[in-house]
Design a binder for this molecule. Structure first.
Ligand SMILES: [Mn+2]
Length: 572
């Protein structure tokens, strides 16, 4: 069977004037930058160097207020709680702020809710518990911006609540002591795309700089802002925050530090996951480190990940890294079973629908989002996966660019107990009795928005070029575009009329495609197409192909060789 078709979005030619302005750069790099809206030589330079020049941590709305309140707590010895989330962004943000407040001499403790027992975000029982323990200030990270009711509870309990959150605020803002969130309408902070951990870092910068200016006591604070950047890189990449503007600068510096990390926990995690210090990229976070840190909160408790990040010795860290490895395997297995079951149901219902809605007792809450993500990948339709559970059920949604899933849920707000998210992903809780109504209303919304549209995933090509124009020098230049990932994808090339010398299926079920190609100068190239094994048969006898691919280096026998990672192809 041929792999599913992709729509090739070919970039319009870049105006000559733009290219001339960037004539210091490799012409293909210049074209890629122009395609991404960077046409000014100075901006191009800043981008390539990962520079972000706006350097005022007090600029976000309410930041000074939050810093002042925390410094009062530090001065008077009031107990502080840092309240986070159980995913990587949340856990790294908690670790970051606890580390900073402790370094400043604070009486500080972390709080991370349990995914299944408590669920996402602030909850009143937890606030009561914290107040009962004598906490006076609660700082949230990566949550809290929609906690209108809980903010009232905090107020009644005499807690000063400082919210730092990067999620979209709802209609009503919680009445809190301070709310730091660049997405609120009256916040003028120029980078709106910081992750939860990025905002925690801004607060940390504010605290550390205030301390430097006016020390609170006799203690010497040895912790420096830069020591926190590896946490920022982990949380930002794992949360899929766009890797541009300030995030790009933070992640770039954070990756450099992560590659030489002195944190025993990260050293243990990196070693156990089989990564090599010095070769860790944003992809290593996305595919290897992030899933392991996340697995703790998905199948058990996020404290394992937190304790790992905070551990002080290799002896303490190693068993935790081991445990994360085991949790991650468990997570993979549960996800695979869930995907299989969801797929079977979709096939039974008829895969022609415009939206998939599957609910069942066997889907585990910790992985419903992962299952939904896989379904979207496979079928290219919005998907909701719900763990059916007594009176209240919890689910997760993933979507395609053509369908704003959180807006669709907004229309069904009367059926939901709580929900939140963004364009492409959302989480929600509802009374199980409302499941059928929710399903029908969402199907109707999908029908209205998607019927008659061509629903095919798009390959957003950066540049069309003869294969013979690619070489090692270009590959080296391309490294300046790193870190690539969400919001700054690895450049996608199109080459037409490439000579095909061989195409054969590889992989345990022949699911992948191995290619041998040659360019117009008769230089041979290797190509690999993951999931493109279905092309092996129809390519027999084909002489020339058009290829969409990324360029990568493959180590073979200690030698680096360029190869094409082919994303799609057609006979010319
Ligand atoms: Mn987050």
């Amino acid at each position: 069977m041929l792999p599913k078709p992709r729509r090739w979005q070919i970039p319009p030619p870049v105006p000559r004037a733009h290219l001339e302005r960037l004539s210091d750069l490799h012409p293909l790099i210049a074209q890629i930058l122009c395609k991404r809206g960077i046409t000014d030589p100075e901006k191009a330079q800043d981008f390539l160097e990962g520079v972000w020049t706006f350097n005022d941590p007090y600029a976000p709305k309410d930041m000074s207020k939050a810093v002042d309140r925390l410094r009062r707590a530090l001065r008077t010895g009031e107990a502080i709680a840092v309240y986070g989330d159980y995913d990587v962004d949340g856990v790294t943000a908690v670790a970051l702020l606890v580390q900073v407040l402790a370094a400043l001499g604070g009486d500080v403790a972390p709080y991370i809710p349990h995914r299944v027992d408590e669920g996402y975000g602030l909850n009143s029982e937890a606030l009561e518990k914290l107040a009962g323990e004598g906490k006076r200030v609660v700082v949230t990270v990566d949550c809290g911006i929609r906690a209108v009711k809980e903010a009232q509870v905090a107020r009644r309990l005499g807690l000063d609540l400082i919210v730092t959150d990067h999620h979209d605020p709802g209609g009503e803002m919680p009445a809190v002591y301070a709310a730091i969130n660049p997405r609120q309408a009256d916040c003028r902070y120029p980078c709106k795309e910081l992750a939860g951990v990025g905002l925690a870092y801004k607060l940390a910068q504010g605290l550390l700089r205030a301390e430097k200016k006016v020390p609170l006591g006799q203690r010497t604070v040895t912790l420096r802002e830069e020591n926190l950047l590896e946490l920022v890189a982990l949380g930002t990449v794992a949360d899929m925050a766009p890797l541009r503007r300030e995030n790009r600068a933070l992640v770039r510096q954070g990756l450099a530090r992560l590659n030489a990390t002195q944190r025993p926990g990260l050293q243990a995690l990196i070693a156990r996951a089989g990564l090599t210090p010095g070769r860790i990229t944003a992809d290593s976070i996305g595919w290897t480190l992030g899933p392991r840190l996340n697995a703790a909160g998905r199948v058990d408790t996020a404290w394992t990940a937190y304790n790992l990040l905070m551990s002080r010795s290799v002896e303490e860290a190693q068993p935790l890294a081991e445990e994360l490895e085991a949790r991650n395997r468990e997570r993979q297995q549960i996800t695979a079973t869930g995907v299989q079951e969801a797929r079977e149901r979709i096939m039974a219902e008829g895969p022609g629908r415009l939206l998939f809605f599957v609910a069942g007792e066997s889907f585990q809450e910790g992985v419903v989002g992962l299952i939904a993500g896989r379904i979207v990948e496979e079928f290219y339709r919005p998907a909701l996966v719900i763990e059916l559970k007594g009176e209240e059920s919890k689910g997760s949604a993933r979507s395609i660019p053509e369908f704003h899933i959180t807006r669709a849920l907004d229309e069904c707000a009367d059926l939901l107990l709580r929900y939140g998210g963004h364009k492409a992903a959302a989480g929600f809780t509802l009374q199980s009795a409302n499941l059928e109504s929710l399903r029908q209303r969402l199907l109707a919304a999908a029908e209205r928005e998607l019927a008659g549209r061509e629903l095919t995933p798009i390959l957003d090509i950066d540049v069309e070029t003869p294969l013979s124009d690619l070489d090692g020098a270009l590959y080296n230049s391309l490294q300046r575009l790193e870190p690539c990932g969400t919001g700054n994808p690895t450049p996608l090339f199109l080459s037409r009329g490439v000579k095909l010398r061989e195409a054969r299926p590889v992989g345990s079920e022949g699911q992948h495609l191995k290619l041998n190609l040659s360019d117009s100068r008769n230089v041979t190239w290797d190509g690999i197409g993951f999931g493109l094994g279905g092309w092996a048969e129809p390519l027999q006898g084909v002489e020339k192909v058009d290829l969409v691919y990324t360029l990568e280096a493959n180590e073979w026998d200690g030698q680096e060789r360029l190869q094409l990672n082919v994303r799609d192809l057609r006979p010319s």
